[in-house]
Write a protein that binds this ligand. Structure first.
Ligand SMILES: Nc1ncnc2c1ncn2[C@@H]1O[C@H](COP(=O)(O)OP(=O)(O)O)[C@@H](O)[C@H]1O
Ligand SMILES: [Mg+2]
Length: 309
């Protein structure tokens, strides 16, 4: 699909919001806004707050570029509002957004379709911790179903540490434990009908601490990821199936790990991934021959509404 820049009409670049990822979203949003403006799009910054319905109606926007990360913007809430207002928007619809925001729902869906994802157990206050450790082994990872950016997650090395890890994660709602995957970590971006080259993420710390990884500048990114041609095709096909399974539309990013036996394991889907020029989707796009500006315009071209699946 090629649209002329004028066809986009008046575009709201929705950023900010009220989730923990607000600051990241403002950075992503500014980068998207600058790129759209330099492409000649009539783009406007809109910092999303609870008055968003009025702001969008009064502004008479023709399209929304949604770059609000996390709750409110990435979980179906905003998508439902945009459906009511009948404004075409980038990214997934209501259902795919809501499912992807919930890591546990996403895993259930993948498991129902026989897709590979690490074994897991739901954790509750009266859970039999021994059964969990027997089933998943150690170490394992404890995650809240709903948070992002590693919030509330911890690696558990000993059975006795499991209840405390559960307590910490439980502040954020439903919690599950997942089998620890020892191996390489990848992420695969989806753009329209295309799957972009995989990126391999490598923390420099010997101590494989994902929280430190995201806070430190030590993480290295490889794109091309170094996978063999066959493995690259395999991970791309898997990411594409995983994205379609949740009903994904437009663009997104699928996190994948490879276990010690060389099998790819699906971790999660991000439906509004970061978009600063240091972010992962732009990195994969660049490897695919798309500049940041071309990427942003391509994402805007996918804006639709209605049933997106
Ligand atoms: N099962 C797992 N085994 C080992 N490391 C994991 C596992 N799941 C997640 N991680 C690590 O934790 C990071 C964050 O997990 P993820 O589920 O992607 O949540 P989010 O990106 O929303 O914080 C991953 O990028 C990876 O480094
Ligand atoms: Mg992730």
């Amino acid at each position: 699909m090629t649209s002329s820049i004028q066809d986009f009409g008046k575009v709201a670049v929705l950023m900010g919001g009220w989730a923990a990822e607000r600051e990241v979203s403002l950075k992503s949003g500014q980068a998207v806004l600058d790129a759209l403006l330099s492409a000649g799009v009539d783009a406007h910054k809109v910092d999303m707050d609870r008055n968003i319905a009025t702001v969008l109606q009064q502004g008479q926007f023709d399209r929304v570029f949604n770059i609000v990360h996390g709750r409110g913007g990435e979980d179906g809430e905003l998508q439902g509002l945009l459906e009511v207002l009948q404004i075409p928007y980038t990214g997934c619809g209501i259902m795919a957004s809501a499912i992807s925001m919930d890591k546990l729902m996403t895993k259930r869906l993948w498991l129902g379709m026989n897709m590979p994802t690490p074994a897991h157990r739901i954790l509750e206050a009266d859970t039999d911790w021994d059964e969990v450790v027997d089933a998943l082994g150690l170490p394992l990872i404890v995650k809240p179903a709903l948070e992002g950016s590693s919030i509330g997650m911890s690696k558990v090395d000993a059975r006795d540490a499991l209840p405390a890890a559960f307590e910490m994660a439980a502040q954020f709602g439903e919690v599950f434990a997942e089998q620890w995957v020892t191996g390489d970590e990848f992420t695969v971006a989806i753009l329209g009908d295309e799957v972009l080259p995989s990126i391999r993420l490598q923390a420099n710390n010997d101590f494989y601490d994902f929280e430190a990884k995201y806070q430190s500048d030590e993480t290295q990114y490889f794109c091309p990821s170094g996978l063999s041609e066959d493995s690259e095709l395999e991970i791309q096909a898997l990411a594409s199936r995983a994205f379609k399974a949740v009903g994904g539309h437009g663009w997104g990013r699928v996190d994948v790990m490879r276990n010690a036996s060389g099998e790819f394991m699906l971790i999660e889907v991000n439906t509004v991934p970061g978009m600063t020029d240091h972010s992962l989707v732009p990195m994969a796009a660049r490897q695919h021959g798309l500049s940041f500006e071309q990427l942003v315009v391509s994402i805007l071209e996918t804006a639709t509404m209605g049933r997106k699946v």
